[in-house]
Design a protein around this ligand. Structure first.
Ligand code: TXA
Ligand code: MG
Length: 343
């Protein structure tokens, strides 16, 4: 057990802001793991140039060794120091979307340790758009490898409490900068070919990217369960809540009938849905994901974590239209669910 340190700097005006970040940065530079907020989800950081430090990330999360990590940096200059060559379309995308929720997969120049890239020739690089992440990255002045700061298989963390629930005692510290904003992870974009390929839908949408590059492809494995995904992490079941989740598409009437039938069998039902659904439905426990698809993305992982075994036997969750950020939301929900019912 490690005595996990926690710094509360949700309010950037607090007196201990710089001191907290300096302590966190010095742990990172000393080869320890520290969790910190980004605009998407909390990341579990370690010095990306230090093989042994990166090993601690895999151990704390119970993460499969073949799943590469994203290297986080504060500036474009720092990003350039990790890769071989940046295609001109990536320069254009970086001007618009970085800092922001996008990760570029580029040929690595070997600066990052080989367990960051899981032995691949490429490396994922990202500039997060969060003041605490930026200040921390500037303070440590090394690239920071950081997967989402959850136990492998669980929903990603969007608050420091989520990180604490999963990793207290296993990591050196958590910087509590409050709840994250976007809520789903960054878009992972393979930029090693002339035409970029979305390996994981995320905070920057396909439509947004297509405003700046002519063609954006999507990894066929995202639509076909039997194809092998190009991002190693996409093949694992993920985001699993404690109890089974059914993703459901239907009318208020058919969904309420489904809920009532399950309750008659003695099952306690948790409903995870937008306010539009909740107005018309009732279950044993209800969690609102808000009004818009952006609200849904923001609140999704907290919702998945709130239903507890013992209180609830089955989660019924609304299926959302798969456009815009809805693609990322539905990608995560399909992985979290055991069934997708179209009533
Ligand atoms: O928003 C995010 O991206 C968050 C925050 C903390 O930055 N990070 C995150 O990391 O979601 P992680 O490790 O949970 O997911 C990274 C994904 C995985 O699916 C991984 O397989 C893929 O990116 N990936 C990383 N490096 C890659 C590479 N060189 N080639 C292909 N896929 C890669
Ligand atoms: Mg993850």
């Amino acid at each position: 057990m490690i005595d996990t340190k926690r710094w509360n700097i949700e309010n950037r005006e607090v007196d201990n802001y710089s001191q907290a970040l300096e302590e966190a940065a010095s742990l990172l530079k000393g080869g320890e793991t520290v969790a910190f907020p980004t605009e998407t989800v909390y990341g579990l950081g370690a010095d990306a140039t230090n093989h042994q430090a990166v090993t601690k990330i895999f151990e704390a999360k119970g993460r499969p060794q073949d799943n590469p990590l994203i290297a986080h940096v504060a500036t474009k200059e720092q990003l350039r120091q990790l890769v071989d060559h940046i295609p001109s379309y990536v320069e254009r995308l970086m001007d618009v979307f970085s800092p922001g929720p996008i990760t570029y997969i580029l040929e690595s120049n070997g600066t990052c340790a080989d367990n960051v890239t899981a032995g691949l020739s490429t490396v994922g690089v990202r500039i997060p758009d969060h003041p605490v992440a930026r200040d921390l990255l500037l303070a440590c002045d090394v690239p920071v490898a950081a997967p989402s700061a959850n136990l492998s298989g669980k929903p990603s963390p969007t608050t420091a409490n989520h990180v604490w629930d999963d990793l207290n005692g296993k990591i050196a510290g958590v910087v509590d900068g409050g709840a994250t904003g976007v809520g789903v992870e960054s878009t992972v974009l393979d930029c090693t070919q002339d035409i970029p390929i979305i390996l994981r839908p995320g905070g920057v949408t396909k439509d947004q990217l297509e405003e700046y590059v002519d063609t954006v492809m999507v990894d066929p494995a995202l639509a076909n369960q039997h194809a092998k995904p190009k991002a190693p992490g996409m093949k694992y079941r993920h985001y699993s809540p404690e109890v089974p989740l059914w993703l459901v598409d239907g009318s208020a009437e058919t969904i309420q009938t489904l809920i009532d039938d399950e309750r008659k069998k003695g099952n306690k039902i948790g409903l995870l849905a937008s306010n539009k659904w909740l107005e018309h439905l009732s279950a044993d426990e209800e969690i609102s994901l808000g009004d818009t698809i952006y609200d849904v993305a923001t609140h999704l992982y907290d919702g998945l974590r709130t239903f507890k075994e013992g209180n609830i036997d089955l989660i019924i969750c609304e299926a959302f239209p798969e456009d815009g950020i809805g693609q990322a939301v539905m990608n995560r929900l399909k992985k979290a669910s055991s069934d997708y019912l179209k009533l």
